[in-house]
Design a binder for this molecule. Structure first.
Ligand SMILES: *Cc1c(COP(=O)(O)O)cnc(C)c1O
Length: 485
């Protein structure tokens, strides 16, 4: 008996829970939109810090054995509840936090569009429009930073991937044999330089890239949180004498701890003298380029061989959305080259899979494209300047209460020493977090523990500023505390 090929109508129906019919999708979509809006209202009125009962969550999670399918509506409601109570709320205007933003609305729209079409951004063959849109945004950022028009780059998962790419590019340019032989291609140990205030992700990058953690030279700062350029020059000279091979200088434009900007032009000159790759890690601070008033603070960035900027920090897109920008597109093509016969295109100068660490990739760049197109540079400039103003208002009020500003807050990070007789910064932060009224951090700035406040949210009000100041004053322990704080 010969088997008949199955006719289409004999195929089993699509998995309904995964691919529901249109009417069901639209109903759940509407429900989701409304549920999220309501949750957001409750978040704004509630605690910035998590109020989750961990024990209960773990019990509920244990009950998900994935044997019995559950209705999606019920799952969505459960998930929103967990997020409502189980995260530090970046969308709360009193999250004076790390650089994690309340996402801007165009970026959220972009995520919906990307999720609906789910384009594969690896190749220009499968996604000609998205690849062109991303390249356009990258070029706009490069030009804004003052890099030449031939510059290129790509969107990355985040700043860490972009910084990793910088080191790989630097190694690739430093020796034509690096790609084949790895660091054995060098006559001595490859080393690279960042200030001791640099983002510690550089250690992981050194580890992954085969340079080793000892290959990262932490250069002294000058007492104000900026890399001391004389110390940098000395460190390079010393390494050369010892037979090590300096590969890269990574200046930070907006340190994670205090928002300080390394002397970018001096670092550029040193890199040039030694023929070393010059990278500027502007993961957070790069957004200052959008402000006419503030962009001058980043002078010297235009001399960089490469730049990292995170759109998911001060540009306030959804996470994670980094950018790697370089004036040497050919080095990218050399570092990430590969040959295949299965990809829909093989354009060495264009295809993201031939010029970046990722292969499959999401359409991340749409977030910044929509936001930048909707707000313009001026809109983003106003957003950035507003944050600097917020920091100025907080600093002024706290100074009046006897606090001292430890850093020079030109951007939107404030490092504070509490008044004499107060609790230690770590204890103050603990109390503020426990009160749920605001989220702040503690860091070490130039060897001293400080309270760290960043204007992360784009909609902070003067009432929020006052509430933060009151929470800090209460947490100092100099004045009578209200409530359980
Ligand atoms: C945030 C940050 C990083 C790390 O970037 P991710 O996006 O978190 O991977 C690196 N450098 C600086 C200066 C940063 O602020």
């Amino acid at each position: 008996m010969t088997e008949q090929p199955p006719r289409p109508e004999e195929l089993p129906p699509p998995a309904a829970a995964l691919f529901p019919e249109r009417a069901t999708r639209e109903r759940i979509d509407d429900l989701l939109t409304r549920a999220l809006a309501l949750a957001q209202q409750r978040v704004l009125a509630g605690s910035v810090t998590p109020t989750l009962q961990r024990e209960r969550l773990h019990q509920q999670l244990a009950a998900f054995d994935f044997e019995t399918p559950l209705p999606l509506e019920q799952l969505i409601a459960w998930t929103i509840e967990q997020l409502e109570h189980g995260v530090v709320h970046m969308t709360h205007p009193r999250y004076f936090g790390l650089f994690n933003p309340a996402p801007n609305f165009p970026a959220q729209c972009a995520d919906r569009i990307s999720g609906a079409f789910n384009p594969q951004l690896a190749s220009s063959g499968s996604s000609p429009a998205p690849v062109a849109i991303e390249a356009h945004v990258i070029r706009a950022l490069a030009l804004r930073a003052g890099l030449p028009a031939r510059s290129s780059g790509h969107f990355t998962t985040a700043g860490s991937e972009a910084n990793y790419t910088a080191l790989v590019c630097a190694l690739t340019r430093a020796s034509s044999r690096y790609g084949t032989e790895g660091i054995r291609a060098f006559s001595g140990a490859p080393v690279f330089y960042a200030s001791r205030e640099c983002q510690p992700g550089w250690f992981k990058i050194a580890h992954q890239a085969g340079v080793g953690r000892a290959g990262l030279r932490l250069v002294a700062t000058d007492g104000s949180g900026r890399m001391a350029s004389a110390a940098l020059a000395e460190a390079i000279a010393r390494d050369r004498e010892r037979g090590a091979v300096p590969i890269l200088i990574a200046a930070t434009a907006g340190t994670t701890g205090a928002g300080m900007i390394d002397p970018l032009s001096e670092c550029a000159a040193i890199a040039q003298d030694h023929g070393i790759w010059y990278h500027v890690d502007a993961a957070w601070g790069g957004a200052a380029l959008s402000s006419e008033r503030l962009r001058g603070l980043l002078a010297g960035i235009e001399r960089a061989d490469s730049v990292t900027i995170d759109a998911h920090k001060w540009f306030a897109t959804t996470m994670g959305c980094g950018m790697f920008i370089t004036r040497h597109p050919q080095v990218l093509s050399e570092a990430f080259r590969v040959t295949t016969d299965f990809m829909p295109s093989n354009v060495a100068t264009l295809d993201p899979y031939l010029n970046s660490a990722q292969w499959s990739r999401r359409f991340l760049g749409l977030r910044l494209f929509l936001a930048l197109a909707a707000a313009g540079w001026a809109g983003y400039g106003a957003h950035v300047e507003r944050a600097v103003r917020v920091i100025g208002e907080i600093a002024q009020r706290l100074r009046a209460c006897g606090w001292r500003v430890a850093n020079d807050p030109q951007l939107a990070v404030l490092c504070l020493t509490p008044p004499a007789g107060s609790a230690a910064p770590r204890e103050i932060a603990r109390r503020v977090l426990a009160s749920g009224r605001a989220w702040i951090a503690v860091t070490t700035f130039e060897g001293r523990e400080v309270v760290r406040i960043c204007a992360t949210h784009g909609e902070i009000s003067m009432a929020d500023v006052q509430l933060l100041v009151a929470a800090l004053e209460a947490a100092c322990g100099r004045v009578a505390e209200s409530g359980s704080g």
